[in-house]
Design a binder for this molecule. Structure first.
Ligand code: ADP
Length: 445
């Protein structure tokens, strides 16, 4: 667009320049030729009066030196008869008697200028000087100017193109940076990203708006996290009390249907309690308050004890352990590692309602310990595997029919990452396999 505009503007400017120049040239030519005709006229007065056309011819022949662009000249007498003629060597003769210009002093026709000037003596017109001027010089001027125009146009267009390209690159670079940052924010959910918005141009204004938007999102996120933190904290105490009373009632109640109702109520209270604990953990993670309580402990015994405890509540699945014994004491937060294992076991049984088995497989390499929880359930689609560790993410497949909040894996990931380990999922045959690793350097023998 910029290049196109530059071409048009340059073209218009040049056309105006050429037209003005040619008009000036013509005006100057007319003026000088009329003056020349006047001079010839006044010099020829006595020659006409004395009918001495040799003198008149002599006057005209001086034109060869004085004005070489004059190709034909003539002095006509009162009756418009040719009195003296001049023809520049190498050019054709010209019939001047027919070129009397009906009272006009000059006339331009193709490539020539015709000039007539009366010879006046004592207020009496005694003849006319006629000149025919070749305008080949005008063509030369035009050609030169066209050449200059073409050169200027090429240089102008080239410069415009270069500047447009540089400006466009600058703008594209800024815009791409903006788009990349937005993409990054939408992918990672990291609302702390800010753009440089110092300038006064449109991109800086856009960046300012983006930064303001991020501030608002951060503020509302903070408020939401605060609310979740406070609400789950406030719910925890009454729920613990409700659970305690239900457990007391369970020990004294013998009536069978009542006992059944009590167990249902306790089940739901447990679920509610788990959700509250998860929400509290999420709120702690968000505010950087999830502290690890690092101690040394036997990892094998933690795994075996957790499996045994989990097996008691998991009546439909057999949990087995496979692989090598790790035989290591680890330096980690025992409760939090246990929480991760329980979460993975709980998901493995929850998302494999028709299966009968869950396998915990352990392995040790030179640099890390790997613990895998394998189930034979609904599995996770490939494209969703990278998202299930995000906060509140739940897969779209069969698992939507199973209750959950999408917090467990998010918490597991934070706990494992803070132990410098890794957590991931893989599709292996039917079902899913969740792995987590702990580096050997955070693990002591
Ligand atoms: P929740 O189970 O409470 O929804 P999680 O964070 O533990 O939350 O899991 C996130 C999502 O990952 C689940 O909603 C489920 O879709 C999927 N998922 C987790 N574990 C399994 C599994 N063992 N098999 C199939 N899908 C799973």
């Amino acid at each position: 667009m910029q290049v196109f505009t530059s071409v048009i503007v340059l073209g218009l400017c040049f056309a105006a320049f050429v037209i003005t120049h040619i008009r000036d040239y013509k005006e100057r030519k007319v003026e000088s030729m009329i003056s020349l005709a006047q001079v010839i006229g006044s010099n020829s007065i006595s020659a006409i009066r004395f009918q001495d056309n040799d003198v008149a011819k002599q006057i005209l022949s001086d034109l060869r030196k004085v004005a070489p662009e004059v190709e034909n000249a003539g002095i006509l007498d009162k009756q418009r008869n040719v009195f003296a003629m001049y023809t520049k060597p190498g050019t054709d003769t010209f019939g001047f008697s027919s070129q009397i210009l009906n009272g006009k002093k000059f006339e331009f026709s193709s490539r020539q200028l015709l000039v007539n000037n009366d010879i006046v003596d004592n207020n009496e017109i005694i003849g006319t000087v006629c000149l025919r001027v070749d305008l080949a010089e005008l063509d030369k001027i035009k050609n030169t100017q066209y050449q200059i125009a073409v050169v200027l146009l090429i240089v102008g267009v080239g410069l415009a193109f270069l500047i447009a390209n540089l400006v466009q690159r600058y703008i594209s670079k800024q815009l791409l940076y903006l788009v990349n940052t937005m993409n990054e924010v939408s992918k990672t959910g990291d609302y702390k990203s800010r753009l440089n918005s110092d300038g006064k141009d449109e991109i800086s204004i856009l960046s300012q708006v983006f930064n303001k938007l991020m501030d608002q999102v951060m503020e509302s996120q903070q408020k939401k996290d605060e609310f979740i933190g406070i609400a789950s904290h406030e719910l925890r105490t009454p729920l613990t009390s409700v659970k305690a009373y239900l457990q007391v009632l369970d020990t004294i109640e013998n009536n069978q249907p009542n006992k059944q109702y009590l167990h249902k109520a306790l089940d739901n209270v447990n679920k509610l309690q788990q959700l509250i604990y998860d929400l509290l953990d999420v709120s702690k993670i968000q505010s950087g308050q999830l502290h690890l309580n690092i101690n040394e402990f036997e990892i094998d015994s933690l795994i075996d004890e957790t499996i045994a405890a989990f097996q008691i509540v998991s009546v439909h699945h057999k949990i087995t352990r496979e692989g090598v014994a790790i035989n290591q004491t680890v330096s980690a937060d025992r409760q939090r590692i246990e929480q991760v294992l329980i979460n993975l076991l709980s998901n493995a049984t929850k998302y494999s309602p028709d299966a009968k088995e869950v396998i915990v497989y352990t392995e040790k390499t030179s640099s890390k310990l790997i613990i895998k929880v394998k189930d034979f359930g609904v599995g996770i689609a490939k494209e969703e595997q990278s998202k299930i560790f995000d906060r509140f993410y739940r897969t779209k497949g069969m698992s939507v029919l199973i209750s959950g909040f999408g917090l467990g894996l998010y918490i597991c990931k934070d706990i494992i990452t803070r132990h410098n380990g890794e957590i991931w999922v893989a599709s292996e045959g039917n079902g899913s396999a969740f792995y987590f690793s702990l580096p050997i350097n955070s693990v002591k023998h």
